[in-house]
Design a protein. Structure first.
Length: 63
C-alpha cells in the first residue's frame, strides 16, 4: 500500500495499527510516499491519493 505521508501519519495510521492488532496474520507493508506507483506492475496493491478533481481520473481507478 502506498499513500501520501500526511495521510499515513495523521489520518490513517491509528486505523492501520488497530487493523494489525485485530488481524495479526495479515501482513501490511505501508510506503508513505507521494511518488506514483504502477499498480499494473504490482508496485503496490493499493494506492491512496488525494484527488481534487474526480473528472480527471479514469472510472476504474476510484470507488
Amino acid at each position: 500500500m502506498t499513500l501520501a505521508p500526511p495521510l499515513a501519519t495523521h489520518l490513517l495510521m491509528p486505523d492501520f495499527a488497530e487493523f494489525a492488532r485485530l488481524h495479526p496474520d495479515i501482513e501490511m507493508d505501508i510506503l508513505a510516499s507521494g511518488e506514483l506507483v504502477n499498480l499494473t506492475n504490482w508496485e503496490a496493491d493499493v494506492a491512496i491519493r488525494v484527488v481534487y478533481d474526480r473528472r480527471t481520473l479514469p472510472l476504474n481507478l476510484h470507488g
